[in-house]
Structure formats: structure tokens, C-alpha cells
Design a protein around this ligand. Structure first.
Ligand code: PHE
Length: 341
């Protein structure tokens, strides 16, 4: 039995030392010290010894057990330390590797132009409103004095959602005039930028989706002179001092009188060139004095209050601002184009 214990001790210690990882070591623990382990098996035979032999053998067995346990613990710690070192080496970060370049984006040119427009109007005391793109025809047309049968209500021009032509994608930001009159206290000074939709084919100057900025003022004693003065100020701030404008008579159902405003061509300075199609002027926006019927329909007394409104195409404004020749460039999101702004 003595030899058996000595053999187990020698074998076990050698095996522990040879263990490569903690799983292997654990298996060895079971093999030697477990319930069905080799040492346990020897201890179970103690009962067969004579009473004289037992104490000495018992002591020896305990010594072997203590030796194995301490060797196990030592080897366990050694393996843990090795594993940690290996992991630290594997996960080491090489701080000398050159970093990856992070490319930072920037605002789209059209939104740069919009922010400039917003800044100018906010500086003049206007609020900026947001409104729905899915709009009721009553806001887009009826309450803007465009009655049944008005050509702009035609299915060939407008995206409707229902057979009765009641719900639509707004074709202009002008319904925001009605929404502002409905929800705001007088006097009103607002702009309302946003997307609008028309059944247009895509070309260098058209897109079925584009952006407008609506502007509106309602107060006592507001005149066409205020409209012209405000728009001239905006144009000069946007396009530079001395930029000339001209106002031409026009027709919109919701303004009376109505006009269109042109800016002098930035390319030729008014002489006439391909950019302005030989006109010397480029059409920028529609505007006018709010029709008394439109005020009345929204519960504002046209005998006390008057107002003006305008609607400007945002793409067109950005194109002029950044000298962009083709509207499609604004929507294509080609990085080579966008990176220039
Ligand atoms: N809504 C008109 C358009 O889309 C523009 C406009 C707005 C005209 C406000 C007059 C007043 O063409």
C-alpha cells in the first residue's frame, strides 16, 4: 500500500505538471482525488489493514492528499497566469498603426440655401412652420379660392389618394397659409418650407417632387410695397447687394393682385444669355396680396386686415445661389457633386 501511495503521488504530480490548460487539470483532479479517483480507491482499502498499520498509513495517505492538492492549486495558478499573458498578447493594440480616415459629411447645398433663407426671415421676425405633405384638397385648393374645375386640380397635374379627389400630395406650400390663419393669432408673420408634388416629368428644371418656401404676412395696413421691400431685401442678402429684381403681373387664385418676381441673370447681368434663355431675367417666385375671399374663408375680416404671400422654389434658389446648372444634380446625391459645397 505504501508503494501504491508513492506511485500515485509520483504519477499525479508528473501529470499535473504536464497539464496544458485548466480543463485538463480539472480532469486530473477527478482522476486522482475524485470520489472514484485513484487515491480514494486506495484509502478505501485502509479497512483491511491491521490496527497497528493503520495510523502510519493513514498519516501517509493524508500527506499524499495534501501534496496533490497543493500541487493542483499551484499548477492551476500557473495555468491561469499563462492564459492571461496569452490573451493580453493576442489582444494587444498596436498604437503605431495609422488610423482610418473618418470622412465627415456636411449639409446638402439646398439645405444650406434653406438655412440662409430661414436666417434672413427669422431676423425679420418671422416664425418657421412645418406642415403635412399629405394634404386635404380643401386646404390645397378650396380655401385658397381654387374652385372645382380649376386646371391645377386636374388629375393629370396632381397626385390624389382617393377617387373623390379629397386627399392629395400637396402641390404647393400655400395650404400652410390656411393652416397658419387657422391656428395663429394675428398679426401673422411666417415662412413654411417643405416638399411639394406635381405630375411633372424629370428634366433639367423639373421634378415630380421639389421644395418650396411659403411666406405670409397678415396685419393691419399691409401693402404691396411691404411685399416688394421684403423680397428685395431677401434677394440682396441671398445673392448680394445690388441684385436687381422685377415684378410682373400674373394670376394666382388666392392673391389679388398677383405677380411673379424675376431676378436679373447672374451669368450675363441682364444682357441675355443661354442661362436666362436670352431674357436677361430669371423667374424666381410667385407672390401677391392675399385675396379678400381667402382671408374671409379663414375668418379674418378683409376690411380690417390685409396681407401678402409668396411661394419660392427652393431648388431654383439653391441653383442660382451655387450656380448649379441642372436640377437633377440636387437629388442624385453624387458625392463628386456634393463635396463641392
Ligand atoms: N403657390 C404658388 C405656386 O406654387 C406660389 C404662390 C405662393 C403665389 C403665394 C402667390 C402667393 O406657384
Amino acid at each position: 500500500m505504501k508503494e501504491q501511495l508513492a506511485k500515485i503521488r509520483a504519477e499525479a504530480l508528473a501529470a499535473f505538471e504536464a497539464a496544458q490548460d485548466s480543463a485538463a487539470l480539472d480532469a486530473l483532479r477527478v482522476q486522482y482525488l475524485g470520489k472514484k479517483g485513484e487515491l480514494t480507491a486506495v484509502l478505501k482499502m485502509m479497512g483491511k489493514l491491521s490496527p497497528e498499520e493503520r495510523p502510519a498509513m493513514g498519516q501517509l495517505a493524508n500527506e499524499v492528499r495534501a501534496a496533490l492538492e497543493s500541487a493542483l492549486e499551484q499548477q492551476g495558478r500557473k495555468l491561469e497566469a499563462q492564459a492571461l499573458t496569452a490573451r493580453l498578447q493576442a489582444e494587444a493594440v498596436d498604437v503605431t498603426v495609422p488610423g482610418k480616415k473618418v470622412s465627415i459629411g456636411h449639409q446638402h447645398p439646398m439645405y444650406i440655401a434653406l438655412d440662409e433663407i430661414k436666417d434672413i426671415f427669422i431676423g425679420m421676425g418671422f416664425d418657421v412652420l412645418d406642415g403635412p405633405e399629405i394634404e386635404l384638397a380643401s386646404y390645397n385648393f378650396d380655401r385658397l379660392n381654387a374652385e372645382e374645375g380649376h386646371p391645377s386640380r386636374d388629375w393629370s397635374d396632381t397626385f390624389y389618394f382617393d377617387e373623390d379627389s379629397r386627399v392629395m400630395l400637396r402641390s404647393q406650400t400655400s395650404p400652410m397659409q390656411v393652416r397658419a390663419m387657422e391656428t395663429r393669432e394675428l398679426p401673422i408673420r411666417i415662412i413654411a418650407p417643405g416638399r411639394v408634388y406635381r405630375k411633372d416629368e424629370v428634366d433639367a428644371t423639373h421634378s415630380p417632387m421639389f421644395h418650396q418656401v411659403e411666406g405670409m404676412v397678415i396685419d393691419k395696413g399691409v401693402t404691396m410695397a411691404d411685399l416688394k421691400g421684403t423680397l428685395n431685401t431677401v434677394v440682396e442678402q441671398l445673392y448680394g447687394k445690388g441684385t436687381k429684381t422685377r415684378f410682373r403681373p400674373h394670376h394666382f387664385p388666392f392673391t389679388e393682385p398677383s405677380c411673379e418676381m424675376d431676378v436679373q441673370c447672374h451669368k450675363c447681368g441682364g444682357v441675355g444669355c443661354p442661362t436666362c434663355k436670352g431674357e436677361g431675367w430669371i423667374e424666381l417666385l410667385g407672390a401677391g396680396m392675399i385675396h379678400p375671399k381667402v382671408l374671409e374663408m379663414s375668418g379674418i375680416d378683409p376690411n380690417v386686415y390685409s396681407g401678402w404671400a409668396f411661394g419660392v422654389g427652393l431648388e431654383r434658389t439653391a441653383m442660382r445661389r451655387f450656380k448649379i446648372a441642372d436640377l437633377r444634380l440636387i437629388f442624385e446625391n453624387d458625392m463628386r457633386f456634393l463635396e463641392q459645397f
